[in-house]
Design a protein around this ligand. Sequence first.
Ligand SMILES: [Zn+2]
Length: 248
Amino acid sequence: MLKLLCITAHPDDEAGAFGGTLLLYADRGVEVSVVCLTAGTAAKNRGTARTDHELAQLRTAEFSASCKFLGVSHCEVLNYPDSRLDRAPFFEVVGELVARIRRLRPHVVLTFGTDGGLTGHPDHAMAGAFATQAFQWAGRPDRYPEQLAQGLAPHRTQKLYYCAADFTLPDRIPTAPMTVTARVEVGRDRFEKKNQAFRLHLTQSPLFDRLRKNLGKMPTHEMFHLAATSQPRDARCETDLLEGVSDG
Ligand SMILES: [Zn+2]
């Protein structure tokens, strides 16, 4: 069975940034997992939560509901501090992600690029930086060898993708977007479902119209940048993130 792992920063990223693609591959029988680095407690929009702890509980439950709706088999929130991922201990966070990659053994990893995705959020950029190093180091026996002593085996994921776009948002600080190398046609139905998944994040309801407006420019496809592969290759444009992936 082919497996895909998506590494995000906040509950709702899995829907807003990756939702159509996660649905598409789940529909195709791929085992899809999402690991989110924070519980999103720095959010301005807090629903009924009175404390950070309550907000973390609400947002984690919304994340689980959204993942379920998107056909995700495994989802997990790691409780690193929201809006402070740039201060999180690099070796520790990468180690946590290396352990997930060694356990889940994905064929493809999706995450943000160092631009921070469409919104340019620094947490997105850091999620991408941690995930990139974890992609590289999960396959090396000389990295986090204590995990190997505990029974995990090194795992080389075949492809690493960053989320990309061929436009920027005019009301945000300008970013330098990842080059688009893959356009994945998800179809109008899955685009609607992606919106519905985002709307399961009820604490974030003031953002619903904004997401819809931002996504209006890419109604039926999501874009990615192929950042690294386990076998050397020339760049080429793709329409399928599993192109060339072998189930081994
Ligand atoms: Zn986010």
